[in-house]
Design a protein around this ligand. Structure first.
Ligand SMILES: Cc1ncc(COP(=O)(O)O)c(C=O)c1O
Length: 366
């Protein structure tokens, strides 16, 4: 246990009241008012027409890809610098993930490298808005239109992230969110598939509920899944949504606080891309040299401060070794990056302590 963890959800609003309503009314499975209320409120908060709740962000991606009909023989372009779930979901469909590199400045998928990896088998691009930063959706949508490709936005880490005041997840054909316990809003475990396209969301709904046919009980016309969110999870989600603005405001203030306190030190704080609002799911830094990363993390751990390494690029993992090639920017970022404590309840005093410990380490070691 760390004195200062990387994340701790704030469940101090209506969460308990709404969960108690589920218990009192015995609506504890995937039917009940909170499922519908959460879906409707979420769709309106993000600015999409349709939202289907699911039991986590990984299956949300699986359903989004299935709804687009992606399967064996297809290629889906995905950044190698992402959480494993983005890539696993592509693999579940039988399609092949095609890894591309990141942009140095934003750490997001590089549109030029997307272009270089398009083949006749490419069906879709999956931009991932990593750590709450927005991808360059103008460039990605232009490439998709030119090559007639689908776009699945993985917004698991990007609730609250905007491009010119428009929420991420509203640019592509279909998009997904995660509500895991460390996400900007949480349901414990949970996810959402969103789209303006009614047909795509109807397909996702059909698949998430065992492929139940519309007009006959216990009649299933496709091989579906049980990917439903429970009413209890949705109850927590609705309560979280009520306070989402304050969570995001505090997380942005923390990022500004890190930037201010770490100014002049030899670390680079993840910068906000121009024209966007970074929701800072994770406030992250790069150390100057990869060899400093683990000693700094160990130093912070000794001071009771939890940190995380940036994700390991997925192309370096054993199950993808047959398609191994260099993605130098993603690799460089990954070996040098650290996620710092980023939860909205973090106090200014804790922020002082973390930054003071980083400064102390850098003074002693450089
Ligand atoms: C980029 C990304 N995609 C997908 C997921 C999967 O979400 P979940 O953990 O809810 O399955 C995560 C989350 O943890 C993520 O960070």
């Amino acid at each position: 246990m760390f004195d200062i963890p990387v994340y701790r959800p704030d469940l101090g609003g209506n969460e308990k009241k709404y969960v108690n309503e589920c218990l009192d009314t015995s609506w504890i499975s995937s039917r009940g008012r909170f499922v519908n209320d959460f879906e409707t409120s979420f769709a309106s908060r993000v600015g999409v027409k349709h939202a289907a709740s699911v039991c986590n962000g990984t299956v949300a991606l699986h359903l989004a890809l299935m709804a687009l009909g992606i399967g064996p023989g297809d290629e889906v372009i995905v950044p190698t610098l992402t959480y494993i779930a983005s890539v696993n979901a592509i693999t579940y469909t039988g399609a092949t993930p095609v890894f591309v590199d990141s942009e140095r400045a934003t750490w997001q998928v590089d549109p030029d490298d997307i272009r270089r990896h398009i083949t006749p088998r490419t069906r879709a691009i999956m931009p991932v808005h990593l750590y709450g930063q927005a991808c360059d959706m103008d460039a990605i949508m232009a490439i998709a239109q030119e090559h007639r490709l689908f776009v699945v936005e993985d917004c698991a880490e990007a609730f609250g992230t905007l491009i010119r005041e428009r929420h991420v997840g509203t640019f592509g054909d279909i998009s997904t969110f995660s509500f895991f316990g460390n996400k900007t809003i949480t349901t414990g475990e949970g996810g959402m598939v969103v789209s303006d396209d009614k047909t795509l969301i109807e397909r996702a709904r059909h698949l998430k509920g065992q492929g139940l046919a519309a007009h006959r009980e216990y009649w299933h016309d496709v091989v579906g899944y049980n990917y439903r969110m429970t009413n209890i999870e949705a109850a927590i989600g609705l309560a979280q949504l009520e306070r989402a603005d304050s969570f995001i405001a505090r997380k942005r203030a923390l990022a500004a606080g890190y930037k201010e306190r770490l100014k002049g030190l030899s670390v680079e704080v993840h910068a906000e891309a121009p024209g966007t609002v970074h929701s800072y799911w994770m406030c992250s830094i790069l150390v100057a040299r990869a060899e400093q990363r683990e000693p700094l993390r160990a130093h912070l751990a000794r001071a009771g401060i939890e940190t995380r390494p940036l994700f390991y690029p997925v192309h370096t993992m054993p199950m993808h070794s047959r398609s191994f090639r260099r993605h130098p920017i993603a690799e460089d970022l990954a070996w040098r990056g650290i996620n710092l404590p980023s939860w909205p309840g973090l106090t200014d005093e804790q922020l002082d302590t973390i930054c003071m410990q980083i400064a102390r380490f850098l003074e002693e070691r450089t």
